[in-house]
Design a protein around this ligand. Structure first.
Ligand code: NAD
Ligand code: MG
Length: 389
């Protein structure tokens, strides 16, 4: 039996992971499950999958969790420290599926086990890619990508030499507003931004897909994970979301990964790696699909892509600033304090303000990343406060 833990089990990725694990209960021993305020779901998951420990990120939710699991042998805990302790409970495979920079400390901690970290939490690579990779090396741990594009790249690279890779192309659906006239974008509501044309995901990543901030994070994720220089990473708009990424080699070949828009494929690949096992996703009928279409992204419509390039050029702690400012701007949009199109302006403003203190800084620690994250959020909130809608 494989011992597995899921950080962020109550989210979209977490639920999909448990869906796969629940189909082969004899193959897995569930160690730790963690969630936020959805205590009923966390408790139900812990009971169904006979977890050793269930952890909520919020101390004030502990009494509810304790009550919900009373009479079972499942341990309960709460708070940021408890999340890190859950991450070091012995397990062979740990899913990092907390949303946002909050996933960085427990994800980093999990690497200390020298086990496999299935990484859905792209924010940790954007904030602290070099730190995460160095920590994995130091402990002999393996990081497997779970983001669909990065899983696709990883699969296209099997048996290949990274030195023969000329470029990587990741696709973007274009999100909820890809066909809206530019002048209408300022009126986009939270409800409209929270509905994705092809994927069913958590609310935050869905809105980030509409602004292309998700793709911006993924370009940086590609750079950090595969080590390719920024100028060899491309983004193409592909509205059908069936081709997830392509790897271009020095002989002109492009290896493309095609599959249904269902995260259980990428999660299953990371769960069963290095084997492939059956995963219950739709099988594509290519004749019925008929055509796959591609077009260049319009960087005027989506400034997030330009900002990602500036972040990679600046290096150092710029990724931490970018992600934190983006998270705070997204909070501002969700709370109705700024409009959809203002998010990129807020992020750009904070990047400009903090460029001197974070550019090119190497060998940073987790504490430095967390301090930078904190400061960038404060700055973003100040920008939102002065500018409003
Ligand atoms: P979600 O919002 O559905 O779930 C997030 C999970 O994190 C929940 O369990 C929640 O309780 C927990 N959480 C939230 N804030 C927390 C905090 N401060 N501390 C501790 N736990 C906290 O998100 P999701 O869509 O499942 O995405 C999870 C991660 O996977 C994100 O990094 C996202 O970018 C990435 N990802 C998601 C998808 C997808 O299809 N949903 C695809 C690719 C990558
Ligand atoms: Mg993705």
């Amino acid at each position: 039996m494989k011992r597995v833990s899921i950080l962020g089990s109550t989210g979209s990725i977490g639920r999909n992971t448990l869906d796969l694990i629940g189909r082969a209960p004899d193959d897995y021993d569930v160690v730790a499950l963690t969630g936020g305020r959805n205590i009923a779901l966390l408790a139900e998951q812990a009971r169904t999958h006979r977890a050793q420990v269930a952890v909520t990120a919020h101390e004030e939710c502990l009494p509810d969790l304790r009550a919900a699991l009373a009479g079972t042998e499942i341990e309960v805990a709460a708070g940021a420290q408890a999340l890190c302790e859950a991450a070091v409970r012995p397990a062979a495979w740990i899913m990092s599926a907390i949303v946002g920079a909050a996933g960085l400390p427990p994800g980093l901690k999990a690497l200390e086990q020298g086990a496999t970290l299935a990484l859905a939490n792209k924010e940790s690579l954007v904030c602290a890619g070099p730190l995460l990779m160095a920590e994995a090396n130091r402990h002999g741990a393996r990081i497997l990508p779970v983001d669909s594009e990065h899983s696709a790249i990883f699969q296209a690279l099997v048996g290949e030499d990274i030195a023969a890779v000329e470029r990587i192309v990741i696709t973007a659906s274009g999100g909820a507003f890809r066909d809206w006239p530019l002048e209408k974008l300022a009126t986009a509501t939270l409800e409209q931004a929270s509905s994705h044309p092809n994927w069913n995901m958590g609310q935050r990543i869905t809105i980030d897909s509409a602004s292309l901030f998700n793709k911006a994070l993924e370009v940086i994720e590609t750079h950090e994970f595969f080590g390719l220089p920024p100028e060899r990473i491309e983004v193409v708009i592909h509205p059908e979301s069936l081709m997830h990424a392509l790897v271009g080699f020095n002989d002109g070949a492009l290896m493309a990964h095609v599959g249904p828009p269902d995260m259980r494929h990428a999660i299953g690949y990371a769960l069963h790696w290095p084997d492939r096992r059956e995963v219950p996703v739709e099988r594509l009928d290519l004749a019925k699909i008929g055509a796959l279409t591609f077009r260049a992204p319009d960087e005027g419509r989506w400034p997030a892509l330009r900002l990602a390039r500036e972040v990679m050029a600046a290096g150092g702690l710029s990724g931490a600033v970018f992600n934190a400012a983006k998270e705070a701007a997204l909070d501002g949009f969700i709370d109705g304090r700024i409009g959809f199109q203002r998010m990129a302006g807020v992020v750009e403003d904070v990047l400009t303000q903090m460029s001197d203190e974070c550019r090119g800084i190497a060998g940073f620690s987790l504490d430095t990343v967390l301090q930078t994250d904190h400061l960038a959020r404060e700055r973003a909130r100040a920008v939102i406060g002065t500018q409003g809608i």
